[in-house]
Design a protein around this ligand. Structure first.
Ligand code: GAR
Length: 331
């Protein structure tokens, strides 16, 4: 089948790589295909298989080469071409589908929950890949601001995700804590920051002029531990979202963050926990749900073990849900 230029472009967008890297990746696939065919032929001759050999043996050898040999050759060729990280991600997906455990990966069995309530008819489960809805290179990106109070691992995941998808730009990072780890991340990434003062945030202009002059369209809370004032919610209707490390409406609200959440979940003897991404209103961890995913809690699991699994879910889903919301909003 001849790949049309438009299909190639779509593939490139899906992989989130530039044109040079895309060409190298295609070369790696081509070289791997040819090499695998050649090695299969050499092995076939070496073991003495001929056209007279029972067809099942010949096919089993080819299948083994296709399933295992190909993957090893692919990674080796990728390494030679400096593309190991890209292909390792690719391989991990394949191994996961085959049910083969990946060293260093936190194992979670995960299920997305149906969302009972949606907001403005936006329901991520109704949205398909979203690639057709993406802004083109010629359009200005959608500017988003991240609000965070802590280490910023979610902020990190979001920044990394959109680095390859420049139609969304993390344009501002706002924190209420001058020592928050997220501010170090912002400095390294050259992203402007604001450390907010309580008085101005709750009783002043809530930094709305700064957000508007910075062309911010979406506000993403990523471990932001203050409530969001009404003025800010009114200034960004339906454009402020939060992530919570539990299956709301349970285990949310004031004081329910970080290890407190996981400790409460384990202490209650729950058999599953998860993440909730939701629109923000004036209450803590309240507002219409957009997305949930959950994992099972194994017997004997500690809050620390659960925290790791929840973090995997957060990093896996939050950036993608943000992308889907933004692209579906007619950008
Ligand atoms: C995340 O687990 C997020 O869900 C939680 O804070 C953590 C921030 O971690 N948010 C809440 O608890 C909101 N109530 P991070 O700084 O590593 O991204």
């Amino acid at each position: 089948m001849i790949l049309q230029p438009i299909m190639l472009k779509r593939l490139q967008t899906k992989w989130g790589v530039n044109t040079t890297q895309f060409i190298i990746i295609m070369c790696v696939f081509a070289i791997t295909g040819t090499t695998t065919a050649w090695i299969t032929k050499v092995i076939t001759e070496w073991v003495g298989f001929t056209s007279d050999t029972y067809w099942l043996w010949r096919w089993m050898l080819r299948l083994a080469m296709l399933i295992f040999g190909y993957q090893v050759i692919l990674l080796s060729v990728a390494f030679l071409f400096g593309q190991f990280p890209f292909f390792w991600q690719y391989e991990k997906k394949i191994l996961k589908r085959m049910g083969i455990p990946i060293p260093g990966e936190v194992k979670i069995s995960e299920t997305k929950l149906p969302i009972a309530k949606t907001h403005d008819s936006i329901n991520v489960h109704e949205i398909t890949a979203g690639s057709d809805l993406r802004a083109t290179d010629a359009q200005e990106p959608v500017y988003i601001a991240l609000f965070a109070s802590g280490a910023g691992s979610n902020a990190r995941a979001i920044i990394d995700y959109f680095r390859k998808r420049p139609f969304v730009k993390v344009a501002l990072i706002i924190s209420n804590k001058p020592q928050a780890g997220v501010l170090d991340i912002a400095t390294k990434e050259n992203i402007p920051t604001i450390t907010i003062a309580k008085e101005r945030f709750f009783k002043g202009d809530s930094y709305i002029p700064d957000l508007k002059s910075g062309k911010i369209q979406w506000i993403i809370l990523a471990g932001f531990l203050w409530k969001v004032p009404a003025a800010l919610i009114e200034a960004f209707p339906g454009k402020i979202i939060n992530i919570h490390p539990a299956l709301l409406p349970n285990y949310g609200g004031k004081g329910m963050y970080g290890h407190f959440v996981h400790e409460a979940v384990i202490a209650a003897g729950e058999q599953k926990s998860g993440i909730t991404i939701h629109y923000v209103d004036e209450l803590f961890d309240h507002g219409a749900h957009i997305f949930q995913a959950y994992c099972d809690i194994e017997p004997g699991e500690t809050p620390e073990m659960l925290a790791k699994k929840i973090q995997v879910l957060e990093h896996r889903h939050y950036p993608e849900v943000i992308e889907r919301l933004i692209t579906n909003a007619g950008v």
